[in-house]
Design a protein around this ligand. Sequence first.
Ligand SMILES: *Cc1c(COP(=O)(O)O)cnc(C)c1O
Length: 339
Amino acid sequence: MENIDWSNLGFGYMKADYNIRCKFSNGAWGELEVHDNEYLSMHISATALHYGQESFEGLKAFRGKDGKIRIFRMKDNALRMQDSSVGTLMAKVPVEMFEEAVLKAVKLNEHYVPPYESGASLYIRPVLFGSGPQIGVRPATEYMFIVFVLPVGPYFKGGFQTTPFVIMREYDRSAPLGMGKYKVGGNYAASLVAGQRSHELGYSNIFYLDAREKKYIDECGAANFFGIKSNTYVTPKSSSILPSITNKSLMVLAEEMGLTVERRDVPVEELSTFDEAGACGTAAVISPIERIDDYDKNISYIFSKDGKPGPICEKLYHKLQAIQYGNEPDTHGWVTIVE
Ligand SMILES: *Cc1c(COP(=O)(O)O)cnc(C)c1O
C-alpha cells in the first residue's frame, strides 16, 4: 500500500488490498472468499448486465480518537439489501453473512481506515447481482455478492456548506409503485440525465417531486429530504423514496433533542414555510440546502442567505458524527466496534 494523502481524499474509487466475495448457486450460498483482484470474470449473459438484476449498499466505518474502528448501522444495511432482493427476485444475502463479509472487508483493509484527525472515513460498498446466464426475462439462478471498501474524504472540505437544488418537472427518478424504495442500480441509471442537466445549470442535483401528481416532495437527488420549522422535523412519506438509514437516525436524534418528527406527504408549496432544509444520506450525513429553485414556475425557496447551514442542521450533523466516531455514547446500538 502506497502512502495515502488522507487530507486530500475525495469520493472516488481507490483500490484497497482485498475484497470479499460469495457465490450463490444450486440454491445455496457458498463460503466467503477473499480476493485481491479488482476484476471478476462473468458470463456475457448475466442478468445483471441485461436486465439490471442488481442492488447495492453504502455504509461507513470510522476510526475514533481511541483508535477503534466503528461501523455504523451495518444490520440496517443488511436488512435493506434483503428488501432489495424482494424487489428484484434475487437470492437474499443472510444478515449474518452480510455482517461477516463487511467485518472481514474492514479488518483485512484496516490500513485504509483513515486516521481520526483527517475527518475521512472508510466507505463500504456491498453489491449483489444476478451472475447466472439468462436470455429470457427471468431471474438468474446464480448470484454474486461482493463487499469492497475505499477510503473517502470528508464530504465538506471547506467546512459544512449549503448547496442549491432545482425542481424540474420533466424528470422523474422513480414511479409511485415502482422501484424507488429499493437500492438498485437502475434507479441511478434513470437519474443520470437529470443529474447532469442540474449540474450544467449550477445545481447540486434535481429535487424530485412525486411522479404521479407532481404535488409532493420525493427526494433530493439520491438523498432523502427533511425540512425544519418551529421545532418540527418534517420528512416526506412516499412509496417511491428509498428508506435512508441516515434519515431514520436523524429522526431519532431530532426527537431526543425535543423536536416533533412528522413523516407525511409534504406538498411542494410547504417549502416556503421551512426555516432550514437538508438532504441526508451516508455520504454527507446532512447536506444543508441553500435554496430550491422551481425551474418551471420561477419560484425560489430560500433556506440560507449566507451559505451557512441553520442551527438545527448543524446540531443534528454534529450529534450523528459524534456517535459515528465514538465521541458520544452509542445509546441506540447503532455502532459495531471492529475487534
Ligand atoms: C442510498 C440512498 C439514500 C441514502 O440512504 P442512507 O442509508 O442514508 O445512505 C437516499 N436515497 C437514495 C435514492 C439512495 O439510493
